[in-house]
Write a protein that binds this ligand. Sequence first.
Ligand SMILES: C[S@@+](CC[C@H](N)C(=O)[O-])C[C@H]1O[C@@H](n2cnc3c(N)ncnc32)[C@H](O)[C@@H]1O
Length: 358
Amino acid sequence: MTLTPNFDMDQFPATVPYYRTVAGASLCAVSPDEAFYRTYSAAQVDAIIGSLAQHAEFPFSLTYLGSGSESWRDGGLSPTSAAAPIAPATLLERHAEQLLALVPPSPSIQVVDLGPGTTRPIHGLLRHLLGRSRLAGYRAIDISAEMLELARQNLRTAFPHDADRFELCRGDFTGPDLAQVLIAKDEPHDDDSGPVRFVVMAGGTLYNFAEPDRVLRHVRHAMSGHDLLVLTLRFDTGVDQPPLMDHSGSATKSQHRAGLDLLNIDRSWYVTETGFDRDRSEVFVRARFVLPVAVTFDVDGARRTVSFEPGDTLLVWRLFYPDRSTLVDQLDRNGFKMRLFQFGQGSQVALVAATPGS
Ligand SMILES: C[S@@+](CC[C@H](N)C(=O)[O-])C[C@H]1O[C@@H](n2cnc3c(N)ncnc32)[C@H](O)[C@@H]1O
């Protein structure tokens, strides 16, 4: 795969694929259309080009924007779906008292939800805290306007009397936007009278990122020593194959293809593959090109082209799938100590809580 700054597309309509013969194979040349530039900011377009060119990966977190969010709308995802929520609504609620036991006896808890999605997995915990008058507030940040709208609707339905004071922010919590939800004024006071924060990343949100360690360190940096990190994730029990690999259908979920569709890469130009990368402990879905493909972007009037040869692959989804010791090590090297580990009803789902410090 190569990145060419000056690929000459001038004589072709911007969004219509054209074909020319390169060493006997048809070159499929496309440009993303308006929907792509409407969906993504200039910085996100830049990040997509960088990720395609340097890592042969479409950043999965950006597929929650625009049409990629549609599969979440009806809430009708099957439990085995790669895009299905990992934490059933009951998992956090069932262990709420154990979570509370890990923090100083604060009168109230501020819940900070990083990547809330539909918000359904957090409802049980919110209900538990509200029922005991322990909820200081709920603040969530999501990169996708569409997911936030879904979150808003679901919260209004589930909490008609409280949803007005819940705060939903649009932003990327892997960067400076994190300060919108993890801000100093909320930090617990020295006398432990202020709210304690539960910083939640449910549904494996952390583990879709190419560099979960970097994200974890970033979140750690914004947390105070009194806060609690709460994760839910799929987990390697050592007795089963990685989840989502038991049926080839998982490779063709619409959200996996959403990025490539927005780039105007025709579905007949690649095949999809699901696999498990043992070195990275990751399940992945990737596209393998069967034809030479060139995608040309318009960046502030300049053209940049990323091209792929037949046989090249492009990663469209990844999920870190650790065993317990890998997880303990990961938390440890990023400034956290694991304090709670609980399996969910499905044996491959776990709830993990960790406090800052080693
Ligand atoms: C795997 S879903 C999990 C949703 C929910 N927590 C659950 O358990 O069902 C990931 C969510 O995180 C959001 N997200 C992904 N990357 C993000 C980022 N960098 N900043 C903010 N939100 C992000 C997505 O839009 C999506 O709503």
